[in-house]
Design a binder for this molecule. Structure first.
Ligand SMILES: [Zn+2]
Length: 54
């Protein structure tokens, strides 16, 4: 995945963690019975974040 800002290679597989919640909390997308985990890619150069589903 290339960064749309600066075209650097983005680092994938970041999980979204909710601080303040107990255990390992994460946010997911849900439509009816279809549920997808949201992951993020981070650009090491400019810091842009892109979300995608696992
Ligand atoms: Zn970038």
């Amino acid at each position: 995945m290339k960064c749309p800002n600066c075209s650097a290679e983005m680092i994938k597989d970041y999980e979204i963690k909710v601080h303040g919640a107990s255990l390992l909390a994460y946010i997911s997308l849900k439509k009816d019975k279809d549920e997808k985990q949201i992951k993020a890619a981070v650009c090491p150069k400019c810091g842009k974040i892109e979300f995608y589903t696992a």
